[in-house]
Design a protein around this ligand. Sequence first.
Ligand code: DX5
Ligand code: ZN
Length: 228
Amino acid sequence: MAVQINPSILSADFARLAEEAKAVEGADWLHVDVMDNHFVPNLTLGVPVVESLARATDTPLDCHLMIEDADRWAPQYVEAGASSVTFHVEAAGAPVRLAREIRAKGARASMALKPATPIEPYEDLLPELDMLLIMTVEPGFGGQSFLDIMLPKIRRTRELIRKHGLELWLQVDGGVSAATIERCAEAGADVFVAGSAVYGASDPAAAVRALRTQAEGVVSKASWACDH
Ligand code: DX5
Ligand code: ZN
């Protein structure tokens, strides 16, 4: 059960994305937040920027699509070079078909839940996914406060993963920092997105290492990780 730390370039300098990617070498993935100003009230970047970034870094790209009409757009992010593509279930018309399409194109398929979206209706879909993302803030902006009320959902999701014996990664995104990462890890998360906690630090690579050490310390003792 390896801990993974994914810095979010939403908090990086968009004029220097290649350098900002290099500043976190040692990170497992680069988390790329795509926002369309419809699904969320913010606008970031799209396919052409992902294509360029994929050419500019060896770190695999974890694209988090906060966009409407995910069925139409998500496959294009695989073609653009993303190694993992996350769509929001609230924006997908046919999540099973979409997850299969993402996998068939060669990327890891991941599904995200906004804070008010429960996991239980999607239990039967979990085998179709490589990762599940539980948002720990309302999506749209970096630098928001972590929502502790999401911890029970993380616990329940980890229990479903265990119950079905799945190799499903459980990602958390939003307000993850030195102050909150241990709570997430204890509840069952193993993939941690951090934007402001990494790019707001004077040494982003050191911030990634410190977050990893904290999370690994908890996961190595966590009850949910013991039987693996
Ligand atoms: C928010 C994005 C996050 C964001 C997290 O909607 O999905 O990935 O970058 O930023 P922090 O870590 O600052 O909360
Ligand atoms: Zn994100």
